[in-house]
Design a protein around this ligand. Structure first.
Ligand SMILES: [Zn+2]
Ligand SMILES: [Zn+2]
Length: 229
């Protein structure tokens, strides 16, 4: 499994960082996890868009979805439909994001499992200021979890029990109060479960390498970095 980090900032970009977007390649298939602003541009640097099989959207916040809008202009010229794993909503914004006829909408709900080539995708609702789903990608030798945006909850222990890698929204210090996890919380769980923690969702006003230098064994993910998982 290969992970390309195409945007790891939020909720707005920094000079060096675009918003949430990650490409996973596994078993000859490609899926984009979230599509925040700037991530689509970075995607074109690492992937021919025609070869993209699917997109997963964790939740409807702008920093995870906004590049789905210009992506629809690309769909006008794309030959084949593309699968969009997303939780259905009645909101106008959802309709705007998903209205293109070449989106093959795959509605996701808690506990759903879908085949993706030789891999399986499963989805779990977490706690955030918008309805948010984590995705777990399981292959014969690797289990990868991406949280989307979430506070830390005990449910993450169940989801991540058999995981090798956790890409987590947790770039927050202990004094942070809001609907994102603190680094120490994810760090402690990953240590306990023996999972490699990949930290993401950096505020533009932070210096993660400096701010989190006391945490060993974590990986601060930046664009465009590529990991063989
Ligand atoms: Zn976010
Ligand atoms: Zn969010």
């Amino acid at each position: 499994m290969k992970l390309s980090v195409l945007g790891s900032c939020g909720p707005y970009p920094s000079k060096t960082g675009c918003l949430s977007g990650y490409l996973i390649e596994t078993g000859g298939k490609k899926i984009m996890l979230d599509m925040g602003s700037g991530s689509l541009h970075n995607l074109t640097k690492v992937c021919d868009l025609d070869s993209l099989d699917a997109i997963f959207i964790s939740h409807l916040h702008f920093d995870h979805t906004s590049d789905l809008l210009p992506f629809q202009y690309y769909l006008d010229v794309r030959k084949n439909p593309i699968t969009l794993y997303i939780h259905e909503s009645n909101s106008e914004y959802y309709k705007l994001l998903t209205g293109h006829p070449k989106f093959n909408i795959a509605n996701i709900n808690e506990g759903d499992v879908r085949n993706f080539g030789p891999a399986s995708l499963s989805f779990f609702e977490l706690e955030h200021s918008a309805k948010n789903f984590a995705i777990k990608i399981t292959t014969h030798d690797t289990v990868f979890v991406y949280t989307g945006d979430t506070v830390f909850t005990e449910k993450l222990y169940d989801i991540c029990e058999d995981a090798d890698y956790l890409l987590a929204d947790c770039a927050k210090p202990d004094n942070f109060n809001g609907s994102h996890a603190k680094l120490s919380e994810m760090f402690n769980m990953c240590k306990e479960l023996n999972i490699q923690l990949l930290v993401t969702h950096f505020s533009p006003n932070t210096n993660p390498k400096k701010d989190f230098s006391s945490f060993k064994e974590i990986e601060i993910v930046e664009e465009i970095s590529v990991y063989e998982l």
